[in-house]
Design a protein around this ligand. Structure first.
Ligand code: FES
Length: 411
């Protein structure tokens, strides 16, 4: 349980908030690379309660700027992307990817006004089919979270996101909360029969979990242990990487993934999933089939479509439940989004009654509070030391025999 003040500190990320300032010190996914064509339409991007504009210039470089034109604030997302710069359509001022104003055609000939004006611009880099941005104050961006996806070509990647109408912490908690898997996701995971012999042996069947948490310089590894009816033990070791990355165990041999939660503002969140196949090219339909996640929306910029409001009970299908569906939802992450939104825009954590199965989210909150403290004290946390080998961080699915010997392991 948190106090009201702690809940505010944890959840609020808009400009001027301690958590918002802290999270801005990290590289985070901003927009799919495919959305930015050379000299194509610029895109509005909203993160941390601020509006930005992203574009790809004539030379293929990505610009990421504050949205408002420095002249009189017109959205640069309305601008013309041409000749290595974004030209505001109101009076024709032009800004390059470095934020430098390079032309002010509305000014008298010979004016040197352009050279004196620079727009806030932010460092970007591309990986996993996504433009990542560093919004922090330090001139030097921190170490990039180069997970294993950097070792594989872009054809092997499927980056997607969902726009969810709740605060970012609720979604991060859902990712780290392994104990809900046996209940909420019953429809998408193996039946009891498959449990004893199939590739996902043992994931289902035991509703209760015992957690073992090992701290890591980048966050923690949470081992959710389940004792199965056949005497085996299933260990699902989830990796939490500060501030908002999560690697969830899977039994799929070549498919890997990282989930990342990125606040749009205090009340809306982008839920990113970056999937890649280590064996070759892959598409979204194949990822869905392999992961058995049901019917997701087709828009890679928002797979949570169609979505429903609270007064429509988040679109839950009671007829489907009469016919055997457990949750009444057509896809695994959709039920995650529905339960998350149902907790309220900002969950009422002071009213929670937490148990031993909530230890992973309790630890996550503590790590985030520590991160804020470090930031305010000017102390460098281990995650920002530059010494993390992100490529080696792997979640683990493991089945142990009653004797303790390993029957199956997937890392
Ligand atoms: S408002 Fe953009 S050029 Fe005037």
């Amino acid at each position: 349980m948190l106090s009201k003040e702690q809940n505010e500190l944890l959840t609020r990320i808009e400009p001027g908030t301690p958590m918002g300032d802290t999270l801005r010190q990290f590289w985070l996914p901003a927009i799919r690379s495919a959305n930015l064509e050379v000299d194509g339409a610029p895109a509005r991007v909203r993160m941390f309660g601020q509006n930005f504009v992203a574009f790809r210039d004539t030379n293929g470089r990505v610009g990421f700027l504050d949205e408002g034109c420095p002249h009189r604030g017109v959205s640069l997302a309305l601008g013309r992307n041409e000749d290595c710069g974004l030209r505001c359509i109101f009076h024709g001022w032009k800004i390059n990817v470095d934020g430098q104003v390079v032309e002010v055609p509305s000014e008298p000939a010979g004016s040197n006004l352009a050279s004196k004006i620079k727009v806030n611009h932010y460092q970007t880099r591309e990986a996993a089919g996504v433009v990542w941005v560093y919004l922090g104050k330090e001139a030097e961006a921190p170490q990039f979270p180069a997970f294993d996806f950097v070792n594989h070509p872009i054809e092997n990647m499927v980056p997607r996101k969902a726009v969810v109408q709740c605060n970012w912490v609720t979604l991060l908690e859902g990712l780290l909360d392994s104990s809900h898997v046996s209940s909420l996701h019953k429809d998408w995971l193996p039946t009891g029969k498959e449990m004893l012999s199939g590739p996902n042996a043992g994931v289902m069947g035991a509703l209760s979990v015992v957690y073992e948490i090992e701290e890591r310089p980048y966050g923690y590894q949470a081992n959710a242990k389940r004792a199965m009816a056949d005497g085996t033990q299933v260990n699902r070791k989830t990796e939490y990487v500060l501030p908002t990355f999560c690697l969830i165990p899977s039994t799929l041999k070549t498919l890997r993934g990282v989930a990342c939660i990125v606040p749009i503002d205090d009340e809306t969140t982008n839920f990113w999933t970056l999937s890649w196949d280590t064996s070759g090219p892959i598409d979204a339909a194949t990822v869905d089939r392999l992961r058995n996640v049901g019917r997701l929306g087709k828009d890679p910029d928002n797979i949570y479509e169609p979505r429903f409001e609270a007064d429509q009970v988040w679109g839950q299908d009671r007829e489907a439940m009469k016919n055997g569906s457990y949750s009444g939802y057509p896809a695994l992450p959709i039920e995650d989004f529905a339960v998350s939104e149902s907790q309220g825009v900002i969950a009422n954590r002071p009213a929670e009654k937490l148990g031993a199965s909530d230890i992973a989210i309790i630890r996550m909150r503590r790590l985030l509070f520590d991160l804020v403290k470090d930031y305010q004290a000017g102390t460098q946390p281990a995650i920002l030391s530059g010494n993390i080998d992100f490529g080696k961080i792997r979640p683990v699915h493991e089945v142990l025999a009653p004797t303790g010997t390993t029957i199956e392991i997937k890392a």
